[in-house]
Design a binder for this molecule. Structure first.
Ligand SMILES: [Fe+2]
Length: 263
């Protein structure tokens, strides 16, 4: 069996109405370009992971439009919520055909686990006790399967204090749990709107760029970056080895409102 190819798209920030701009840009148009670029350049994919902040101000229409864009490609997709999302709406409107919000999936000989780090009404991340129990039970039940975890918020410092104030509040408990499970190969997140790759013990920790605007790395305060939208591609080998790479759209962000002070 060839390696599994998995796409990660994150932080779409789709507006309630089509054509509405955010920070000067049409986030939906950028999402469509990013999705098309990924599939054209690196597809077909065995799976796509959408790791939160799919909608900016969640409503039925924004999720229906996301569903339409994804359904245009014959690709299995799993979605998890970010701080901006409404997971109840997601589970209704991102749940047809090959699109779903399942929290775990066995794909080939790999296990994919989708975690919910949302505290409703807060931008800060947290893995509730029930979420950690679900994770532990799932890992115990699939000890032999190499595992990729996906979650919206980051669990290690990114180097930007304003962003790190929002990281998973109980990261220490989360990391202590997954370090006890040698089959966990990597954790991938969104939220930070930039790429990073770090390591804790045997586990690789990735962050993936947004499909719209990016934040300046190593910044004390909110700051937009010129870097174009991007995505991450994983290759999950049958032998449990994992490779990943970030790709970006070959464009300039000329329309971005660089004077914006928040999002
Ligand atoms: Fe976020």
């Amino acid at each position: 069996m060839a390696a599994l190819k998995v796409l990660q798209l994150t932080d779409l920030h789709i507006a309630p109405r089509a054509g509405e701009l955010m920070l000067g840009i049409d986030t939906e148009a950028y999402f469509r370009q990013t999705l098309k670029h990924a599939v054209d350049q690196h597809g077909p994919f065995d799976l796509a992971l959408l790791t939160g902040d799919l909608a900016q101000d969640p409503c039925v229409d924004s999720y229906q439009r996301i569903s339409r864009h994804l359904s245009a490609f014959d690709m299995r997709c799993l979605c998890l919520p970010g701080n901006h999302d409404d997971f109840d709406l997601m589970r209704i409107y991102l749940n047809s055909g090959k699109l779903g919000c399942d929290k775990r999936l066995v794909l080939g000989n790999w296990l994919i686990v989708m975690l919910n780090s949302q505290i409703i009404g807060s931008p800060v991340g947290m893995l509730a006790e029930a979420e950690l129990e679900f994770l532990e039970g799932t890992l115990r039940a699939h000890k032999r399967l190499p595992t990729l975890l996906a979650v919206h918020h980051h669990c290690v410092e990114s180097g930007s204090p304003w962003m790190d104030a929002m990281r998973i509040r109980n990261s220490a408990a989360f990391l202590a749990l997954i370090k006890q499970h040698p089959q966990v190969k990597a954790v991938t997140c969104g939220h930070v709107h930039q790429a990073f790759a770090k390591r804790e013990a045997h586990i690789e920790l990735f962050a993936t760029p947004s499909s719209c605007f990016q934040f300046t790395p190593q910044s004390d305060d909110f700051s937009l970056d010129d870097t174009p939208p991007g995505y991450r591609v994983f290759r999950l080998g049958e032998d449990g080895c994992l490779q990943s790479e970030v790709f970006r759209l070959p464009i300039r962000m000329d329309d971005l409102d660089r004077n914006a002070h928040e999002y």
